[in-house]
Ligand binder design. Structure first.
Ligand SMILES: Nc1ncnc2c1ncn2[C@@H]1O[C@H](COP(=O)(O)OP(=O)(O)OP(=O)(O)O)[C@@H](O)[C@H]1O
Ligand SMILES: [Mg+2]
Length: 328
């Protein structure tokens, strides 16, 4: 799928914005505050279903009563999303829906400047990051994650009550154990797949034979539903005291390793950037391999952060994709 034209109404600072896209590379240039990231955000909403940085209330142009995003594709299809301060509506091939239907999601590889700090940022940012890309690898993963998070929220709400007992949250423990183990299995599998080609792609960027990999940091008891359940039950006293669930895959992390050491603190800035770039290449390759669609590449302001070698390798790697790049 190739985007031909983007039209925005009352989207962030854009009252009326229109952009014709190239089949290969489209460059959006503008000074700070011009609304460049917002254009990528709009594309993201109509391809993935929701923004990568905010809710619709933040997005609708202040003082207006609706926003509208329209994407025309080269195959003649048109997708529209509107939001009227209360609810969002998608119109995909003339079919209306409140959410973007899974079958109409389209993969994108999004590259934000903040991604370059992923290695040294917080575990929650890394979890969010990998949840986002794993959801692109598999819609099933996305659905399991939503169910897990919903159950976690319910259990945490109950834990805040003073009269709660272990029996009263048993059904939530069961749900969390079931979906927790499923998430663990997906995450282990996806990280193994990334590691299979991680070193080679890193080498293709740097020409250095560094040994790089990502370690999935999790609890070994996540492998079986029975053990998971036992741990949730054993932690009940602690959890009811804390008012939240202290055990489970929502505490997982992903540790980047550089020559057998933790990359955060041992790899240089340039080496860390190469590791992130290589990860982006794998993301695109695995998406294509798994769902047989070529992702659209959205690069937000990353060129100014990268040196010549990294820029060249980025362009070379994504030459067969539609790329939309923003730059000041
Ligand atoms: N709901 C809104 N209504 C009106 N304007 C908004 C709204 N939300 C954000 N803005 C403004 O829209 C402008 C565009 O934001 P955006 O992040 O897209 O800019 P940008 O071109 O990517 O800037 P930078 O180069 O600094 O990254 C900013 O000036 C921002 O303050
Ligand atoms: Mg921006």
């Amino acid at each position: 799928m190739i985007i031909k034209k983007i039209q925005l109404t009352n989207f962030r600072n854009h009252s009326n914005y229109s952009l014709e896209c190239e089949d290969d590379t489209t460059l959006i240039i503008g000074k700070n505050g011009y609304g460049k990231t917002s254009v990528l955000e709009a594309i993201y909403i109509l391809t993935r279903g929701k923004s990568f940085r905010a809710t619709d209330k933040d997005i609708i142009k202040r003082g207006t009563s609706f926003y509208r995003i329209k994407l025309d594709f080269t195959d003649g299809k048109t997708n529209i999303a509107t939001y009227d301060n209360r609810s969002k509506t998608f119109v995909i091939n003339d079919q209306k829906s409140k959410r973007l239907p899974s079958k109409n999601k389209y993969p994108v590889v999004l590259f934000l400047p903040s991604d370059l700090n992923l290695i040294s940022s917080s575990p929650s940012r890394r979890r969010e990051y990998f949840d986002r890309i794993f959801s692109e690898f598999s819609e099933k993963y996305h659905q399991v994650l939503l169910k897990y998070n919903k159950a976690l929220k319910q259990r945490n709400e109950l834990l805040k009550k003073e009269t709660i007992t272990n029996e009263m949250i048993f059904s939530w423990n069961l749900i969390l154990s079931k979906y927790g183990v499923e998430l663990y299995n997906y995450r282990s599998e996806f990280i193994d797949e990334i590691n299979l080609s991680y070193k080679d792609l890193y080498y293709s960027i740097t020409n250095h034979h560094d040994n790089i990999m990502i370690k999935y940091k999790t609890d070994l008891n996540h492998t079986s539903v029975e053990d998971y359940l036992k741990n949730l039950e054993q932690n009940f006293q602690k959890d009811s005291y804390l008012g939240h669930t202290s055990y489970g895959v929502h505490r997982d992390d992903y540790i980047f390793m550089f020559n057998q050491e933790i990359a955060d603190g041992s790899a240089s800035r340039g080496e860390s950037r190469s590791m992130i770039l290589a990860l982006k290449f794998i993301e695109a390759a695995l998406i294509e391999q798994k769902i047989n669609l070529k992702p659209i590449i959205l690069l937000d302001d990353v060129f100014s952060e990268l040196d010549e070698v990294h820029r060249k390798s980025l362009v070379k790697n994504f030459k067969d994709h539609q790329i939309i790049i923003t730059s000041v």
